[in-house]
Write a protein that binds this ligand. Structure first.
Ligand code: NAP
Length: 254
């Protein structure tokens, strides 16, 4: 059996990946992973391919091992792995709960490493790994600090991984969205710490671009001129200056 695996499939970019991969096809079943079972059941009804809802809290290591046990039992060939589950906080560092930071690091980084590690033995030539990072990965980000740091890890991990797995004909791409219209903001935004948003993109467009970029052989996917300029300037300019501009935009002290 050939499968596609998508984490964060209950909303936002994970759900759009599930939808667009289902249209591309080439696999027998899509394993849709998230905590909200009702959303995964809705997706199962919606998609034109068989969907297996897999309810897991990926902040827990035990969940990754439950997924590994499913792979061990079914021995599928995994054609796609999309690591889209993730969350962030818009807060001063010491104003968000420490437990929340531990969960953020567990979900945005440890789970991406764990899911990839456990999936790779079931991948062969032509398999594709999409890790949703962020433009936040390119610079230190006061007031979204830990989130940005988790995404910097994910970006670095994905690009280096792509080099390693290329020998086996497998590809990995870091998808780096700008502000994107999803439920991400329901968790992240609880006050007016971050108020300045530029140019929201559509989740489905981020996903379509990522699929195109993967097919072109890129290892990083960035949608839109503003996001590309942002990524370019953060490489070029001193990060102290970049952080100063960011803080000024958000009306925060530097
Ligand atoms: N939206 C943006 O502006 C933006 C920009 C750059 C990068 N990103 C990144 O894009 C990725 C997708 O986010 P999104 O914008 O699509 O947000 P979203 O709509 O909130 O989706 C987040 C997904 O993660 C899942 N999730 C959250 N906690 C989980 C847990 N403990 N275990 C398993 N699954 C969990 C959620 O499902 P359940 O709640 O059902 O578990 C949901 O499906 C994230 O990695 C995010 O950091 C977002």
């Amino acid at each position: 059996m050939k499968i596609a695996v998508v984490t964060g499939a209950s909303s936002g970019m994970g759900r759009d990946f599930a939808r667009q991969l289902a249209c591309i096809g080439g696999f027998d079943e899509l394993w849709a992973i998230a905590r909200r079972e009702e959303r995964l059941l809705e997706l199962k009804e919606e998609l034109p391919v068989p969907v297996r809802p897999v309810v897991l809290d990926l902040t827990e290591r035990e969940s990754i091992e439950r997924y590994a046990a499913m792979l061990e039992e079914e021995k599928p060939e995994v054609g796609y792995l999309v690591n889209a589950a993730g969350f962030g906080y818009f807060k001063a560092f010491d104003k968000a709960p420490l437990e929340g930071y531990y969960d953020m690091i567990a979900l945005n980084d440890s789970a991406v490493v764990g899911m990839t590690y456990r999936t790779l033995p079931y991948m062969s030539e032509g398999a594709k790994i999409y890790n949703i990072c962020s433009v936040a990965a390119f610079q230190p980000l006061p007031y979204i600090n830990i989130y940005g740091a988790t995404k910097a890890f994910a970006l670095s991990f994905t690009r280096a991984l792509n080099v390693e797995v290329k020998q086996r004909g497998i590809r990995a791409i870091a998808v780096c969205p700008y502000w994107t219209k999803t439920e991400f903001f329901d968790t992240a935004k609880t006050d007016d710490t971050i108020t300045y948003y530029q140019c929201f993109t559509e989740s489905k467009d981020v996903v379509a671009k990522a699929i195109r970029d993967m097919n072109k052989g890129k290892d990083v996917s960035i949608l839109g001129g503003t996001a590309k300029l942002n990524a370019f300037l953060t490489k070029l300019l001193p990060h102290k200056f970049v952080m100063r501009v960011w803080c000024a935009q958000q009306k925060k002290p530097y």
